[in-house]
Design a protein around this ligand. Sequence first.
Ligand code: HPA
Ligand code: ZN
Length: 337
Amino acid sequence: MLNPQLRAVLEGMPKAELHIHIEGSLEPELIFALAKRNNVSLPYASVEALRAAYAFTDLQSFLDIYYAGASVLLQEQDFYDMTAAYLQRAAADNVRHAEIFFDPQTHTARGVPIKTVIDGIYRACQDSPVSATLILSFLRHLSEEDAFATLEEALPYRDKYLGIGLDSSELGNPPEKFARVFARCKELGFRLVAHAGEEGPPAYIETALDVLKVERIDHGVRCLDDAALTQRLARERIALTVCPLSNVKLCVFQHMGQHNLLELLDAGIVATVNSDDPAYFGGYMNDNFIATFEALPLGLSHAQRLARNGFTAAFLPPAEKQKFLDEVDAYFAAAAV
Ligand code: HPA
Ligand code: ZN
């Protein structure tokens, strides 16, 4: 059992969430409500039956259900409601700043206009007290040509998202498959990130950095298989957006006691804690912190470091970043007495 004082500190500390797929925040109850509103039929009889299907064995077994869940999203209001629900839940966990992935291809492939997707998600961000920005993510199981077409469609709305990411099935879809489209995104001035080293090898982390020129790595936990890469990530202060509950649910680690978060911190890496797809993996930000601190020998100093890392790695203007870092330090100064 986690020490109640440490638990309270974790719950109350100001947080940045840098790895959340908005479609992965869609709770079964909202999936059913939207299915009803939009007359979409689901291959599950009830909320309980859907939840019972969340027994994943690897990334692909999750993605199949995740894309099926997203099929209920049709109108701008659906995207708004999903995002508003996430931001409200995040605020309850004292998330002050969120950088939110969205997967436009999951929706445009079903005939939903990209404007509908972006406007709904963006409007909910504007209406929230949480500082929230968006990262458009390409699906790596699709072609680079498809990613280029998506970028073209999304460019009229470029003031509504600040970054570009890469997600979906990692193995067999290495970063270099998207070299040209990421080069174009860099030219256009977007902040760049990519999922790498979740199920894929350390080599994918290297090519994400060297070929795609990303500034942060999403997941990246497999970097420890390569000592030189580990040292490089620490030296160059390349942040990893780690998602502990996701890693256990998708069997990257067999149980939380085997998670390498502490090793990453001890190696000097700017590791952060995030929820990934909270509706599917059993928890939001506080659940992720509590589960890792319960299972691993982590204490108050690690909590402060993780909270600071989140804001340090955020794509925020320097003054805003400093304001959040000062807030973290003031919180821990008060917690120590
Ligand atoms: N990995 C890859 N693709 C994803 C994930 C993930 O953890 N979540 C949503 N899409
Ligand atoms: Zn992810």
